[in-house]
Design a protein around this ligand. Structure first.
Ligand SMILES: C[S@@+](CC[C@H](N)C(=O)[O-])C[C@H]1O[C@@H](n2cnc3c(N)ncnc32)[C@H](O)[C@@H]1O
Length: 288
């Protein structure tokens, strides 16, 4: 085994690399924001300024009636530490904020959201005004709420590539943070439940960027996946969507020409609200 000083030095260097990468990421994000200008047409997560509350509410209620819907499955991360639950709660806050700013939002539902669990406590503790978020929360599973054939579990390990967003479908994200190194956890769960699965088309539209760590990961945080989905739903461009959600730290970049040719596709007919048949659904209504 290496002597303790060498271990400490190695740890310190690793930590310095992490800090430098974080600083670089923040700088890049600031530059992207500046380039887009305030309230500009950029992806929802990068848009600045507030969307007027009445407009945000109107759009969200339209999504509640017509879809698409997105569930965060909080019943999957049983063994999460307090720190991980805190990170997940802040990812939920970012995801919700991006959805509120979106021109074409999703209707959100937190499933498996049970009182007394660490993630329940952290959402209320860390997210200001959480009780007024305009979305559904329930301790039930998405299986109790939606028909099986409507559910698409998004998982980085799926063999199917997400082609389009269908407002009649319910997309599910695993409520896990990246420290939970549970390879294929959501894929296994979705297979056991006989659900359709899909992954984002990262390797179809992006290329591996050489980096000193030779690190390339297609596993994103839930708010990043949501930025991709939401931007795609608005722009119908996968390159634009992937640019919005896949940070350079993932080791993937768009080839220069990839976002030149994208034809918008038409959306499918909006669906009614008949999908819900859950008993324990808690609808968080808009403030008057
Ligand atoms: C941090 S990831 C957790 C990865 C975990 N190993 C798993 O088995 O899902 C959080 C969630 O974001 C979604 N996700 C992350 N990257 C994705 C990708 N490339 N394609 C589809 N979904 C993705 C999945 O729903 C995933 O459960």
């Amino acid at each position: 085994p290496a002597p303790p000083q060498r271990n400490a030095l190695r740890k310190r260097r690793r930590w310095q690399r992490v800090l430098a990468a974080r600083r670089g990421k923040r700088r890049q994000e600031r530059q992207r924001r500046r380039a887009r200008g305030p309230g500009g047409p950029g992806p929802p997560s990068l848009r600045r300024g507030r969307v007027p509350a009445a407009l945000a509410t109107e759009r969200l209620l339209r999504a509640r009636a017509a879809g698409p819907r997105l569930c965060v499955d909080l019943g999957v991360g049983g063994g999460m530490s307090e720190k991980e639950s805190g990170r997940l709660a802040s990812q939920i806050r970012r995801l919700y904020g991006a959805n509120r700013r979106a021109a074409r939002p999703f209707w959100l539902c937190l499933t498996g959201f049970a009182a007394g669990t660490p993630i329940y406590e952290q959402c209320f503790r860390m997210n200001d005004g959480f009780e007024r978020y305009l979305m559904d929360t329930t301790p039930e599973s998405y299986l109790d709420l939606f028909p099986l054939e409507a559910i698409v579990y998004l998982t980085p390990d799926s063999e199917n590539v997400l082609q389009d967003i269908d407002p009649s479908k319910v997309y599910v994200l695993g409520g896990l943070v990246d420290e939970s190194i549970h390879k294929q956890l959501t894929l296994q769960k979705a297979r056991e439940q006989r659900l359709q699965t899909a992954r984002l088309p990262i390797r179809e539209y992006m290329v591996r960027a050489p980096n000193s760590r030779n690190y390339h990961s297609e596993t994103l945080a839930i708010n990043q996946v949501f930025d991709v989905l939401c931007t795609f739903y608005e722009t119908r461009s996968w390159p634009a969507a992937l640019r919005a959600g896949v940070s350079s730290g993932k080791g993937y970049v768009l080839p220069d020409t990839a976002d030149q040719v994208q034809t918008p596709r038409s959306t499918t007919a909006a669906q009614g609200n008949a999908l819900f048949h859950g008993a324990e659904l808690h609808r968080q209504e808009a403030p008057a």
